[in-house]
Design a protein around this ligand. Structure first.
Ligand code: ZN
Length: 412
């Protein structure tokens, strides 16, 4: 589809150069043109973002949005557009060389359940709609990058795959990206996830362990059966213990009981109760330590309640793992971070490093150079129905991702 003949001949005469040491920014007019183009069409990128937001994509139900993404990939002239067995959408850029393989990705799923009103409302620079920032922005920016590359017929030094992943949010537990790296793709050298807004760089993967803890007993009448072991009281003891945990602030380590439920009625002794607990750390060892303290505390609560009373069934506890996300940190010298930093410098952006829990956790933990970048603009109330996106100068975010890709793979 490209008519590269003349250009290719020239490249062959000049030899292939990767411009790792120097920014591609000043080297190539096509790059500059593409950057100007991205600024000019940012309104269209934003319209794409709105359109994507209005296609529901609840966890495990990303199909409709995946279909749309496949259609757009095909429209833009990408090759080998397909859905893998987990549901990820994958497409190849046809203008790539045989250098390193980069996966540029954004996630398809939102946190919002089926039936959520996903209509986007616009008030000046502010767009309001569930998922407008996380991660419709990432998907729209990914498409804009593909558009700029194909339209300007930019030949890059490496191979480039575009991927829309499923299951990034909590319930999905990174199932899409895990599949991608464990079963689908071999020899990925670099991974860039575009997630959410702003100009941040996430190269520290915050790990998490999430559990549902279920206490069970015989249950009974609150008056007639008084004196039997009470699962609700065991849960209360466990919660009180967890609430008093002391954790490290550096590396930042956190814990929270997010949900509790159970019981039959006010005048019943419950037979089943549960809580959901989220624990996170930037450091694998700290997370491990916290995990052990948490389990000890729950068992201690169980034993105390079992010993407090002598009748009724002995209470039991079950730990159901809801999610586990691996930790890891890229070294500052990582090639991918240097490429992003060259893009930042070229665009006059001050690099903002943050820890995060995203699709990049998986490759980082596997030793692959991976980073998550914000999609530009700004936003608030993420994961709520009031989620917003501020379009002010959002084109800079699009340009930054585009340039980072070229800085990493080189331009021929
Ligand atoms: Zn996200």
């Amino acid at each position: 589809m490209f008519r590269f003949a003349a250009k290719l001949a020239l490249v062959m005469l000049m030899g292939f150069q990767t411009l790792n040491a120097q920014s591609v920014w000043n080297e190539k007019t096509a790059v500059k043109e593409a950057l100007r183009f991205l600024q000019k069409v940012e309104d269209e990128t934003i319209r794409e973002q709105i359109k994507i937001t209005e296609i529901p994509a609840p966890p495990f139900k990303e199909g409709q949005r995946a279909e749309y993404l496949m259609k757009r990939f095909r429209d833009l002239g990408l090759h080998d557009v397909r859905r893998d067995s987990e549901g990820n959408v994958i497409a190849a850029y046809p203008g790539g060389g045989d250098g390193p393989l980069l996966v540029l990705s954004a996630h398809l799923d939102s946190v919002f359940p089926e039936g959520t009103d996903v209509k986007v409302r616009r008030e000046g620079n502010i767009l309001k709609g569930p998922g407008i920032s996380d991660d419709s922005r990432g998907l729209a920016v990914m498409l804009a990058v593909a558009r700029a590359l194909t339209l300007h017929k930019i030949t890059i030094g490496g191979r480039l795959l575009f991927v829309g992943t499923v299951g990034e949010e909590g319930p999905g537990n990174l199932r899409g990206v895990r599949h991608l790296f464990e079963k689908e793709l071999e020899e990925v050298d670099y991974f860039i996830s575009i997630d959410d807004v702003g100009l941040k760089t996430i190269s520290t993967a915050v790990g998490s362990n999430r559990y549902k803890v279920i206490f069970r007993g015989s249950g009974g009448h609150s008056y007639a059966d008084f004196g039997i072991r009470n699962p609700m009281h065991a849960l209360g003891r466990a919660m009180a213990g967890i609430a008093d945990f002391q954790v490290s602030s550096r590396p930042k380590t956190t814990f929270s009981i997010g949900r509790v439920s159970g019981g039959t009625s006010v005048n019943s002794i419950a037979h089943t109760v549960w809580m959901e607990v989220d624990m996170r750390s930037q450091d694998a060892e700290e997370l491990d330590k916290l995990d052990r303290m948490f389990k000890k505390t729950v068992y201690k609560a169980l034993v105390r309640e079992n010993r407090r009373w002598s009748s009724g069934d002995t209470l039991t506890v079950e730990f159901v793992t809801i999610g586990k996300r691996p930790t890891g940190t890229l070294p500052e010298k990582a090639t991918i971070l240097q490429a992003v930093s060259r893009a930042d410098q070229a665009l006059g952006i001050e690099s903002q490093y943050q820890p995060g829990s995203t699709d990049a956790n998986v490759p980082i933990s596997m030793g692959i150079e991976a980073v998550t970048l914000g999609g530009g603009g700004d936003g608030q109330y993420k994961h709520s129905l009031q989620e917003t996106f501020d379009t002010t100068d959002s084109y800079i975010g699009t340009q930054r991702i585009f340039l980072a890709v070229l800085e990493l793979l080189g331009v021929r």
